[in-house]
Design a protein around this ligand. Sequence first.
Ligand code: NAP
Length: 190
Amino acid sequence: MHVAIIAVQSIDGCITRHRGEGAVGWASEEDQQHFRRALATFDCAIFGAGTYRADRDHIRPRVQPDLLRMVMTRNPDAFAGDGVADQLEFTAQPPADVVAELSARGRQRCALLGGQQVYGQFFQEDLVDELILTLEPVIFGEGLRLCDQPVERRFELAETSHLSPSTLLLRYMRREKGEVGNPGRSSEGR
Ligand SMILES: NC(=O)c1ccc[n+]([C@@H]2O[C@H](COP(=O)([O-])OP(=O)(O)OC[C@H]3O[C@@H](n4cnc5c(N)ncnc54)[C@H](OP(=O)(O)O)[C@@H]3O)[C@@H](O)[C@H]2O)c1
């Protein structure tokens, strides 16, 4: 299974504006178009119940027959009325088991759609193969981040492009595990 994060963040690495929810109101229209295009290349998606709760009214009715969406929650029963088999399912399984189940059900490309807690656990368990990051030209100073845990995972920059004159799209691929980056570099300065 190939797992790719699709996310939009501020220059200073926030995935939410301050304590607000989601990217509505600050992510560009170009990013939203890119998100829809990118998501169409995946056959399944995983996200946390925090992200689901933040955007339930948009997520729930969005039916994409070829996209199985798995929502991680420790209490799936709380969402019993929202589930639709093979479309929108709720699971209490840990990250590696969710990925394994999707593979067992024949899915091959998984979009990891947040939020901070879920991204952090997938980085912790080294389950992220690719990062597709939109960088919006804004500083928030405070907000949720792409990762909430102390980890070190190295990626190669695979592609840069512009979604608009001010909005960058960065695509990173996971380096081979165990590969050391910049081994001879001095720790002085940056
Ligand atoms: N800018 C972006 O690209 C972007 C992308 C995604 C999300 N976001 C934003 O990020 C925010 C949400 O992030 P978040 O960190 O608060 O929440 P989150 O990661 O979306 O979800 C956290 C929830 O997931 C469930 N969960 C986490 N780990 C689990 C595990 N191992 N097993 C089972 N369930 C587990 C728990 O749900 P229960 O409490 O139900 O048990 C937990 O409260 C929202 O505002 C969203 O809009 C931004």
